[in-house]
Ligand binder design. Structure first.
Ligand SMILES: [Zn+2]
Length: 229
């Protein structure tokens, strides 16, 4: 859908495969023992609670293309409604790769964006295998509020990649929009490292950064994350 805005909808699978291959090439060159997760987000930004047509179509295409590219896992991210998440897991499952979920816009109270609970999510997923649940694109303090709740609801690996800051101007589908990274002085690499240690103590095993994260933030965070076995 997004490539369709510039007339390139026929290139979607090709570009998705290429994105996966570029990440794998970088991994092979720089850190061969790292894993590459192929990310996919709802095509409408998940603006409606159930994206019943576009989401399954696009996620099926992306899961297949990313698998062909050779990624190690799939990351369903920037998703926020239970029904969308369950539909997404079902549609990417046939690719046969580990599935991680990145839940967006956690509230300051540490709940899912529309008031649904992590218990409701885990219950709705039922027997479906989900290999990690992460909180993402949320304020650091929302991550701190949400991780303990997620830990209580979900027994598998958890983690977080907060946004460092942004402001939104305009509506993306109606009048154009711009995202602006805030001055990272407002949330420094050292701040992320401090929060990262807190999140590790809350049980997080995968950490990173979302909007406006800089390489310096990741470098600071890396210092507090134990080396993988
Ligand atoms: Zn973000």
């Amino acid at each position: 859908m997004k490539l369709g805005l510039v007339g390139l909808q026929d290139k979607a699978a090709e570009y998705t495969r290429l994105a996966g291959r570029l990440a794998i090439e970088a991994r092979d060159r720089l850190r061969p023992n790292a894993y590459v997760a192929g990310g996919m987000a709802p095509p409408r930004g998940g603006r409606s609670p159930v994206d019943a047509v576009d989401l399954p179509r696009e996620f099926a295409m992306q899961a297949e293309a990313l698998k062909e590219s050779g990624v190690d896992a799939l990351l369903i991210e920037y998703i926020g409604y239970v029904d969308d998440i369950v539909a997404a897991v079902d549609v990417v499952k046939p690719a046969g790769l580990p599935i991680m979920i990145g839940l967006r816009h956690i509230t300051d109270e540490g709940d899912m964006q529309a008031g649904e609970t992590f218990e409701q999510l885990v219950s709705a997923l039922g027997p479906r295998q989900v290999d990690a649940i992460l909180l993402m694109c949320s304020k650091p303090k929302a991550i701190s509020a949400g991780l303990p709740k997620l830990r209580r609801a979900f027994a598998g690996p958890i983690g977080a990649y907060p946004n460092i800051g942004y402001t939104r101007a305009g509506d993306p589908l109606e009048d154009g929009h711009q995202w602006h990274g805030l001055d990272t002085e407002t949330y420094s690499p050292a701040d992320l490292a401090v929060d990262g240690e807190t999140w590790l103590a809350m049980g997080a095993r995968i950490l990173g950064g979302c909007c406006a994260t800089t390489p310096d933030h990741i470098a600071a965070l890396r210092k507090v994350v134990p080396e993988s076995p």
